[in-house]
Design a protein around this ligand. Structure first.
Ligand code: NAD
Length: 322
């Protein structure tokens, strides 16, 4: 019997993306056989370049809107563009990725009896009327707006997960991920952390939408991956949804000022109009994650930012970012 026979076979869709590549890395470290599936819409081969030579890592170019027939013990479904610039580029494909992707991966989980994790999002809460958001809040989402392809696609994916759970007794694990940052974020995806860092490193104006008083919470990628792994390891009775994110709130202005300080940049803050449907505030209540997963973020914002700045610094100066 080969040693690999005993390894957990884990499928990661969207595995060449920002979160997916960190998750693949962690799963390999934990001794799993990892199959990374990606269509490279926003993910890159560079993100997983260090993993390719690992005999327990496999890469498959595939679009999750089409059925997939492989064997797996666990499935992490992360495939979906995550930043407004990318998910609004082809909104119909975004909805298809969330909805058809969920149907295809749930079908695969049903056939292989695999546990399946869904990377849902705080966007299912829309522009929330309650703060912080708990999992039992149903959300405040505009179904016809520019963000709907993402928000409603993810909401429908959650619906599918829970119907497969009720109808077919699938072992589902739904995480609602809040703003996460770290090395391998896309440099031009318009997300606030990467935007500010790239602008600061290039000495360009830092674009502050509105007056910068809107707040966000930022979770470092290693913390998020730890939460996802813990969620997957929970017993059959726990399905989520569970919030994974950092409850420490910062205003966007504070974030900009911290980035300026850590990069030593001379960039100036420039105010721009707020985009449509931009939430004023978003902050996770992570009581459930604390209770069920024994999880909470450990990496302070400044430490995470320092690591992320080092990555972008290398990337912009022509290296692969490490
Ligand atoms: N990063 C965050 O802050 C955050 C917050 C909430 C939720 N999420 C969710 O986590 C997941 C990963 O996000 P990310 O930040 O790593 O984004 P990302 O864009 O870096 O990763 C998404 C990956 O999915 C791939 N992909 C997209 N459409 C696909 C398709 N049809 N078939 C196969 N692969 C496809 C992309 O090429 C990319 O590699 C997404 O589902 C996202 O909605 C992320």
């Amino acid at each position: 019997m080969r040693g690999s026979y005993l390894r957990r076979r884990v499928l990661v869709t969207g595995g060449a993306g920002f979160l997916g590549s960190h998750l693949c890395e962690r799963l390999l470290r934990d001794g799993c056989d990892v199959l990374c599936v990606d269509n490279f819409f926003t993910g890159t081969k560079d993100n997983i370049a260090d993993l390719i030579s690992d005999p327990h890592f496999e890469l498959l170019r595939h679009d999750v809107t089409f059925p997939l027939y492989v064997e797996a013990d666990e499935i992490y479904n992360l495939a979906c563009p995550a930043s407004p610039i990318h998910y609004q580029f082809d909104p119909v494909q975004t909805t298809k990725t969330s909805v058809h992707g969920a149907i295809n991966m749930l079908g695969l989980a049903k056939r292989t009896k695999a546990k399946i994790f869904q990377a849902s999002t705080s966007e299912v809460y829309g522009d929330p009327e309650v703060h912080p958001q708990r999992e039992d809040y149903w959300g405040h989402v505009n179904p016809t707006g520019l963000r709907a392809c993402y928000d409603e696609g993810k909401r429908c994916a959650e619906t599918l997960f829970f119907d497969y759970f009720r109808q077919h007794r699938l072992q589902i694990k739904v995480a609602r991920i809040f703003n996460t940052f770290g090395p391998r974020m896309h440099p031009n995806d318009g997300r606030v952390v990467s935007n500010f860092i790239v602008q600061a490193l290039k000495g360009e104006d830092i674009t502050l939408y509105g007056d910068g008083s809107q707040t966000r919470s930022f979770c470092y990628v290693d913390d998020l991956v730890e939460g996802a792994i813990r969620l997957m390891a929970t017993g059959q009775d726990f399905t989520g949804p569970v919030n994974l994110g950092n409850p420490n709130e910062f205003t966007i202005r504070e974030l900009a000022e911290t980035v300026l300080q850590l990069t030593g940049s001379r960039s100036r803050l420039k105010r721009c109009p707020l985009p449509s449907d931009d939430p004023r505030q978003r902050q996770p209540d992570i009581t459930l994650a604390r209770e069920k997963l024994g999880w909470e973020p450990r990496v302070p914002l400044r430490e995470g930012l320092t690591l992320t700045i080092a990555y972008f610094d290398k990337l912009l100066s022509g290296g692969d970012g490490g």
